[in-house]
Design a protein around this ligand. Structure first.
Ligand code: PGA
Length: 260
């Protein structure tokens, strides 16, 4: 799929979601350095690392001569003020992030609603950040109600985003039943293909064929070296990788699988 009208390159994306790992800056630097070495000379895939907030700035400095980009794992919607513990879109941008992950299922579990997510997306997008919006069903029911749930998640989370702004958004389809498991328990290629078509239809019905057809859709939920190749087909623009991104060799294998 051509993605000329987005702010993103036409490359596939592989995003490392480190979550609240590793425990120390020393380890984080070592992981980055292993990834950097492994990527030397490799082209064709955009690699993004989403470390914990305090690691973004030092890692971005270390990575400066590589093509690796950085993402924050969350963001607040206000630009500044008395919001203890929160971080604004501008602040994550200043720290060196080009992207933010919004609406991850682990944050939704802590009470984040589509309305909150919508405000975060609007303000991060206005700041010029690429927004990785996570959506996905908890479980599947034989009647297919999970599809309407997923549709509402997409529509409500994007409610403040106009067709013009949609070019800053990436959809990360992450079925929650597949997160933190193993490749054997993840989605299979046929199911993912069907879901990518469903999500594309929702986007096109909301935004029309131009903007709706251009949004990158990536997959997350136990993406590992062993399933990355079969899940990397035309309608899927890359992966959001959790546990496998904590082992640089595994992460690099996923990047290679996406490239080939
Ligand atoms: P996982 O995590 O790869 O460990 O399933 C993905 C995610 O939570 O983004």
């Amino acid at each position: 799929m051509k993605r000329n009208s987005t702010i993103f390159s036409n490359k596939k994306l592989v995003i490392a979601n480190w979550k609240m790992n590793p425990g120390t800056m020393t380890e984080a630097k070592r992981m980055l350095s292993d990834i950097k070495k492994g990527l030397k000379g490799s082209r064709g895939v955009e690699v993004v690392i989403a470390p914990p907030f305090p690691f973004i700035y030092p890692l971005e400095k270390l990575a400066s001569r590589s093509k690796i980009k950085f993402a924050a794992q969350d963001v607040f919607w206000e630009p500044k003020g008395s919001f203890t513990g929160e971080v604004s879109p501008k602040q994550v941008k200043e720290a060196g992030a080009s992207y933010v992950i919004v609406g991850h299922s682990e944050r939704r579990k802590m009470g984040e609603t589509n309305q909150i997510i919508s405000k975060k997306i609007m303000n991060a997008s206005k700041e010029g950040l690429g927004v990785i919006l996570c959506v996905g069903e908890d479980k599947r029911d034989p009647g297919g109600k999970y599809l309407s749930g997923l549709q509402s998640e997409i529509k409500e989370s994007l409610s403040g985003i106009s067709g013009g702004r949609l070019s800053t958004v990436i959809i990360a389809y992450e079925p929650r039943w597949a997160i933190g498991k193993s490749a054997a328990e993840a989605i299979n290629a046929d199911e993912l293909h069907a879901m990518s078509i469903f999500i594309r239809k929702v986007l096109i019905s909301n935004y029309g064929k131009g903007a709706g057809a251009s949004v990158p859709i990536i997959y997350g939920g136990s993406a590992e070296p062993s399933n990355a190749k079969e899940l990397s087909f035309d309608g899927i623009n890359g992966f959001l990788v959790g546990h496998a991104s904590l082992i640089p060799a595994q992460f690099l294998n996923i990047v290679s699988a996406v490239k080939s």
